[in-house]
Ligand binder design. Sequence first.
Ligand SMILES: *Cc1c(COP(=O)(O)O)cnc(C)c1O
Length: 395
Amino acid sequence: MKFIDLGVQRQRIENDLKKRIEKIIQEGKYIMGPEVNELEHVLAEFVGAKKALSCSSGTDALLLALLAKGVGPGDAIFTTPFTFVATAEVISLIGATPVFVDIDRDTYNIDTKDLTHAIAAIKSSNQEDYPIPKNAIKNKLRPAGVIAVDLFGLPADYDKIIKIAHEHNMFVIGDAAQSFGAMYKGKRAGSFGDIACTSFFPAKPLGCYGDGGMCFTDNDDIAAKIASLRSHGTGADKYDNVRIGINGRLDTIQAGILLSKFSIFKNEIELRNSVANRYTELISDLRDYIETPYIPDDCLSVWAQYTLLTNKPGMRDKIQKDLNAKGIPTAIYYPKPLHFQTAFSHLGYPPGSFRVSEACATRVISLPMHPYLSEDQQDFIVEAIKESIQSHASS
Ligand SMILES: *Cc1c(COP(=O)(O)O)cnc(C)c1O
């Protein structure tokens, strides 16, 4: 059994996929060919954003968004420590300071009450209000923006986040790397905040066969800046450089692959939800031991991960070991909150700074999840979990 198995998907699109790739190879427009533009239009419309700018990865999408907002040294960017490293990495890379905010226990997304406290602490340089990075105590940082993460495919609470951010003159970037296709209050992920970023890494809900990403925005000026930044800060033409940028374009072949995969994507969102709902149903009688994911009524998750929360110490690791012995792959997202990573040790956050993130890191486990997981496979997985818990409970 594979954690993510896209064999069936490949069969479904095989003919279309081959035709598209063949055409791109024949035409030879490998960089910024017509498929790139077509993909941007199709996905902008799907998301409900005015502009879509494709780029080389989800990480570069976040980097481009921060660069377009002019972020740099002295700026504080608020995000959670319970996310993939890329979210905070790009903040540090351009010399700004990631300011961590704990997550909500039910959704794994940024806790908006904590966000208010963290902003107050940065403004007052006082860590008694909320844990803040070491360098924010000596030097006053400017609260510049929030990167809200849609963890496991569930959108963050954007109405609240945007309201808080605007009260403090801050921008909002949506890290929709895991949530492309998800919905919040009737709108698609990728349409929230000043700029939203997604990833087409192969394992994401809409993935290509390599690296890829995209920025979405309703703001024409920001869109023009990102278009320039992803192509060496280009101005009127290729050899006119008006700002410092990067080589951050999406390959034409990846755009073609994504167009092909997008043709069945809406159906795959439904399949993912059927798989997730069936997991939740089958696991619900274990609620004394594990919690199934919570999805607010006004949201649709796209289930980048199906993640359980175990409530007894040691149980998570035992379930993982028992399932592994039966050939069932599982994953821990994320075993180490970012404030415990060596790369962020300079921020000086002591253990206990973000209790929910720290607890979740020891208790979460993600199960095999993809649109084509069969009922037989699912029954086998759930049965293995039940056996593991029973032997743990009785030992
Ligand atoms: C995958 C991911 C990214 C980075 O995307 P890449 O395409 O791998 O660079 C950023 N943020 C989150 C939350 C992710 O899951």
